[in-house]
Design a protein around this ligand. Structure first.
Ligand code: 5IU
Length: 266
């Protein structure tokens, strides 16, 4: 199964250029940690990106919570991504008709398609959501530099996703006209998809807490990677609220990476 393969070998199987890049980056930098930088001031995000940058493969933003958004915030974040070698994912969770998501992706205040290597989208609207996102990009070369992660499951308790929705999401991800743009799946279990060229991104990871007060459900880094098939573990408050964020990032990186090396060894 895909979970036994190395990230290097999966890079070779990926049909999306950015998924290839991400798998290779993870393998060479030896990290499968994504930092969820859910902070509301741009300086705080830049500061944590600088401190944790060396230990992450991906930095995940929610740009609509930033109170002092500016173009220089984006260029500073991109400079840190280059310096520390990580990709940027805007966790926008698009969920509308193709024409609307095309506008939301490339226009407005944030112009997400200009700077986010990766974005997330729900599959609720159907396959046209992927086509809508691709339509916002200017030609084949631009499509190659970008990608989407489709949601097939959520970590929140009581979410409405069932097995059929999960299967249909997988189908959309692997459809012919979408494969060059779908880089991965956001989900909670190894049976979400089989194609080894896709990256499994799994949020809801924390070392010492099982739930929060608003429906979030956590699992340990080891459980996520070894039992649930996570290729990348997303950690927000486990790092953001630590006394020493850099040390916490190192700790999560070490545990997620050790779980991956264990997984492929057995
Ligand atoms: N996120 C989840 N669960 C999901 C999806 C996304 O937690 O199912 I899809 C996001 C929300 C937040 C981050 O940005 O991942 C998790 O943050 P904490 O580690 O602070 O809970």
């Amino acid at each position: 199964s895909r979970t036994k393969l190395t990230y290097e070998s999966r890079a070779n199987l990926a049909k999306s250029s950015i998924a290839k890049r991400l798998f290779n980056l993870m393998a060479t930098k030896q990290t499968n940690l994504c930092l969820a930088a859910d902070l509301t001031k741009s300086d705080e995000i830049l500061d944590i990106a600088d401190k944790c940058g060396p230990y992450i493969c991906l930095l995940k933003t929610h740009v609509d919570i930033v109170e002092d958004f500016s173009e220089s915030f984006i260029s500073n974040l991109q400079a840190l991504a280059t310096r520390h070698n990580f990709l940027i994912m805007e966790d926008r969770k698009f969920v509308d008709i193709g024409n609307t998501v095309s506008l939301q992706y490339s226009k407005g205040v944030y112009k997400i398609s200009n700077w986010a290597d990766l974005v997330t989208a729900h599959t609720l609207p159907g396959r046209s959501i992927v086509q809508g996102l691709k339509a916002a990009l200017d030609g084949e070369a631009a499509v190659k530099e970008r990608g989407v992660f489709l949601l097939a499951e959520m970590s929140s308790s009581g979410n409405l996703i069932d097995d059929k929705y999960k299967e249909s999401s997988n189908k959309i991800a692997t459809e012919g006209s979408n494969v060059d743009f779908v880089a991965g799946i956001v989900c909670q279990s190894a049976n979400c998809f089989a194609f080894p060229g896709l990256v499994q991104l799994t949020p809801g990871i924390k070392i010492d807490e099982s739930v929060d007060k608003l429906g979030q459900q956590y699992q340990s880094p080891e459980h996520a990677v070894k039992e649930r098939g996570a290729d990348i573990g997303v950690v927000g408050r486990g790092i953001l609220q630590a006394g020493n964020v850099q040390q916490a990032a190192i700790n999560y990186r070490d545990r997620l990476w050790a779980a991956y090396t264990d997984r492929i060894a057995k």
